[in-house]
Design a protein around this ligand. Structure first.
Ligand SMILES: [Zn+2]
Length: 349
């Protein structure tokens, strides 16, 4: 979301002001609430602007109806409204759509009509069942014989809890489904990295295109707490799964940037660096807690525990920001939350 906001409102002055005033202050505790006043100790001016290399990659809206549409391989189109992402492919039999975010409204259908006039839309393949990525399915509901494909577990979830705008699957699969639609090879494989039921990896081998929704944020540090994952072990393990595919395009569902293999590698290295940094600090946990227990005369152990967790988090965040602030955007906004996630995990495991 921050990406969209800066893309839309930064033009000249706001970014210039932030850039001019920005200097990394080691005493700022970025885990505290951000203040919009310039002289507050946790002022927004203490946060780095987005990296220029990230801004240079950002997609631009290029249609009259508010979407960026680009042909990334012959017949394969990447679509974004700068916040959500989807794709569609033109085959010999018609158009296959991969995810229909409701934020696109019926503009996705208009974009397809613009690029492929007179071509029927034959398939909608859903990466997962969440309405924020597929609640725009309703805009295709009037198409006769439209095949809507999802993992079987998604169909079960939707049967029990229908979501507004998400179409009912007409064809499901348990673990894998290999398709050839009008000459286009499509491999679907279930995985567990985001949704409560199941996710589907969508892979087009001939286009070296891999779609794994709600995973990395290309060019940026992950969103808060590693994309609010409920399963940090699964989150870390999935990088190996993604990289086992031969791909050059990685569509992750968010920000305006289409990812690359390098983006996935960088995101993996960032996540594992956070993990290793916290684990290197954890042996100091008891000493930190003891220091705080003494400060409160052994009368408030919760305070001491929190002190140990927070100081490890902050030491970790300081190191991560130093190492990564020139590699990924917005590291200083989220590093403390990433360190916090690993501290909590390390205590329990
Ligand atoms: Zn989702």
């Amino acid at each position: 979301m921050h990406n969209l906001i800066t893309t839309l409102i930064t033009p000249a002055c706001l970014l210039c002001a932030a850039t001019a005033a920005f200097a990394m202050d080691p005493d700022v505790n970025r885990a505290n609430a951000i203040s919009l006043s310039a002289d507050h100790p946790n002022s927004f001016l203490n946060f780095a602007p987005e990296l220029p290399q990230m801004r240079a990659r950002a997609a631009q809206i290029n249609t009259a109806f508010g979407l960026h549409v680009s042909e990334i391989e012959p017949g394969l189109f990447f679509v974004t409204d700068l916040v959500y992402q989807s794709a569609f492919a033109i085959t010999d039999d018609g158009v296959v759509v991969f995810d229909a975010p409701p934020s696109f409204g019926d503009n996705l259908r208009k974009a397809i009509a613009l690029v492929a006039p007179d071509q029927p839309i034959t398939h909608l393949i859903m990466s997962h069942g969440h309405s924020d990525h597929n609640g725009g399915g309703y805009t295709f509901a009037d198409i006769p014989d439209l095949e809507v494909i999802s993992a079987a577990a998604v169909a079960d979830t939707l049967a029990a809890h229908p979501l507004q705008g998400v179409l009912t699957p007409t064809r499901t699969f348990a673990d894998t489904l290999v398709l050839n639609i009008g000459g286009l090879a499509i491999n679907l494989q279930t995985a567990d990295f985001h949704a409560e039921d199941v996710d589907t990896l969508i892979y087009l081998p001939d286009q070296k295109f891999l779609m794994a929704i709600d995973t990395i944020t290309p060019g940026e540090a992950p969103f808060k707490n590693f994309g609010a994952t409920a399963d940090i072990s699964g989150y870390l393990a999935n990088f190996e799964t993604f990289l086992s595919y031969d791909f050059t395009h990685f569509l992750s569902g968010h920000v305006s940037v289409l990812g690359t293999r390098d983006d996935v590698i960088k995101s993996r290295d960032y996540a594992f660096d956070v993990r290793d940094t916290v684990y290197a600090l954890m042996p100091t946990f008891n000493d930190r807690m003891m220091e705080a227990l003494e400060a409160v005369a052994f009368e408030n152990p919760n305070l001491a525990y929190r002190y140990a967790m927070e100081t490890i988090r902050d030491d970790c965040a300081g190191q991560i920001i130093d190492r990564w602030q020139d590699e990924l955007s917005v590291v200083d906004l989220w590093a403390d939350s990433h360190c916090d996630t690993i501290v909590t995990f390390a205590i329990m495991h």
